[in-house]
Structure formats: C-alpha cells, structure tokens
Design a protein around this ligand. Sequence first.
Ligand SMILES: Cc1cc2nc3c(=O)[nH]c(=O)nc-3n(C[C@H](O)[C@H](O)[C@H](O)COP(=O)(O)OP(=O)(O)OC[C@H]3O[C@@H](n4cnc5c(N)ncnc54)[C@H](O)[C@@H]3O)c2cc1C
Length: 288
Amino acid sequence: MTEVRYLAPHTLDEAVSALAAANGTGRILAGGTDLLVQMKAGMVSPGVIVDVKKITEMTTVEEKAGRFRIGAAVSGAVLGEHAALRTAWPGVVEAINLIGSKQIQGRASAGGNLCNASPAADSVPALVAADAVVTVQGPKGRREVPVEKIHAGPGRTTLERGEIVVSFTLPARPAGSSDAYLRLIPRTEMDIAVVGCGVSLTMQGGTCVAARVGLGAVAPTVLLVDAAAKALVGSRLDDKALEAAAAACRAACKPIDDKRGTIVYRTKIAGVLLKRATAIAADRAGGR
Ligand SMILES: Cc1cc2nc3c(=O)[nH]c(=O)nc-3n(C[C@H](O)[C@H](O)[C@H](O)COP(=O)(O)OP(=O)(O)OC[C@H]3O[C@@H](n4cnc5c(N)ncnc54)[C@H](O)[C@@H]3O)c2cc1C
C-alpha cells in the first residue's frame, strides 16, 4: 500500500506551499465526502493530502455592506444555520443543503462540490445564478474568477496546478431580489440531480429587472443561460416570458442519456424547473 502524507496547515500560504512541494501528487481535503469515496474506490491515490479545514479564511462566513464572503471549506450545516445568508440567498443555501444527508452536511463544502466538477453538483447552478465570484490562490498568487468559469468538463476544472479555491463572494443585492434552486431526482433524497436549476432575480413594481439562470446536469459543465435571463428581464413573468425562458433553457441543454434520465426527459425538465424556480424566487422577492 502506498504511503499518504496528511497535512493540516493553519494558513493558506502553507497549504499552497505543501501542494507545490507535492509535485502534482497533492490533493486538497475539505469535507472528504467525494475525495475519500474516490480514494476507497481506487479512482485517485494522492501522495499528500492537504486538509484545509483549519484555515480561518476558508472556514468562515463574513458579511460586509451586503456582500457575503463564504469560505470554500465551510460545511453545508454551518451555512444552513447562517440566518443572514439564508435571508439574502435562500436559493444558494437550499442548494447546498440538498447535498447528501445530515452526516454529509456536517462535512461537505461548496468548494468541494465545485472542485469535484460534477455537472450535477447541486450548489453550482445556484452559485452561478447568484453571480458568485471565486477567489483562488496558488503559486502565482491570487485571482478572482466567475464561478461558471471553473468547470472544464466532468471531473475537470480550469484551476491550475497547486491552486486552491479560497472563498465565494456573493454580491450585495437591491431590494426586491431573491433566488431559488430546484432539482429533480429519481428518489426523494440522497440522489444525483437529473436536472438542477438555479434562478436569481430582482423585481421592481412587478417587473423583473435583473435575472441570472444556472442549469446543472444537462451538459458537461454547469451552464449560465443568458438567453433565459434575457427572456425574463423586462417582463412581468407572464406565461409568454416564462415559456420563452424555458425554451432558452431547453435550447441550451446538451445532456447525456443515462439510467437517471434520457436526453428528451432532461431537456423537457430543464424548462419545467426554470418556470418553477422563477416563480419561487419571484415570490421570495415579494415581487408578484
Ligand atoms: C452519500 C453521499 C451523498 C451525496 N449527495 C450529493 C448530492 O445530493 N448533491 C451533490 O451535489 N453532491 C453529493 N455528494 C457529493 C459530495 O458530498 C459533494 O460534492 C460535496 O459538496 C463535496 O464537498 P467536500 O467538502 O466533501 O469535498 P472533498 O471530498 O473534500 O473534495 C472534493 C474534490 O474537490 C477538491 N477540493 C476540495 N476543496 C477544494 C478547494 N477549496 N480548492 C481546490 N480543490 C478542492 C478535492 O481535492 C477533491 O478533488 C454526495 C456524496 C455522498 C458520499
């Protein structure tokens, strides 16, 4: 059996240096709910594991002037109990809280969900809809990346070697804004999304003045569907606008057939979830 070194640094600089020294054999451990399963299955065998749960910036949530900075390694359970975050971003929190069970929630993080790069990752469409910006730190320093630019394909990210996702920043929002995330799964819980849809919008006097739509499990990466957002903005979310946005979602789908759903089914469901998530977000925004 190959030896694995386990490190648990207290600073990001130490974590970045440890990854660099591992020369490509290092892996970040956040909650471990993907990584440990993959190690047990023999899919990955890191030489060095860098546990980031002791790094303050990665394990805390901060609110400043309406913006939230969420540490990439904060667990779903902690986020679910953050009252201010739940009020401002109920869709983001509900998406993260759909991951796994109580036990999984105690460990699993949004950073791990993003970096595992499953097209069906539940938190990602909601974070895409939320216009989240990811702070990344690596051997070349820090950079900021829109969350939708992190996935490169199933199991692949655009992160460079040695880079760590540090946090997500969610923007301050005007009054009349809210969000929602819905997924369809074959069972009632503990399953992988057939389709996931996140919608974030701002309503003013009954009119939608801003919107973003994220779609999961319908393409190799989570999608930002600009055409769906365009169909909603300027409308009173009437049937015509909702159908145009649903059609844009269906048009954006490039799904696969698998045991959870066919291409035809996934494509149809993408439009259905868009309409339902939009209605929930608008009600939460107090705008209809
Ligand atoms: C029983 C069970 C049920 C599940 N249900 C769901 C579900 O309903 N929906 C869903 O989307 N997922 C589900 N998952 C998958 C998993 O729980 C999630 O993807 C979770 O969010 C992963 O987070 P983590 O902190 O445990 O990641 P880890 O396992 O610690 O890491 C995952 C990957 O990302 C890398 N990584 C982690 N953090 C960082 C970082 N900050 N920077 C760079 N790389 C990083 C790791 O090296 C690893 O490759 C389930 C898993 C299990 C075991």
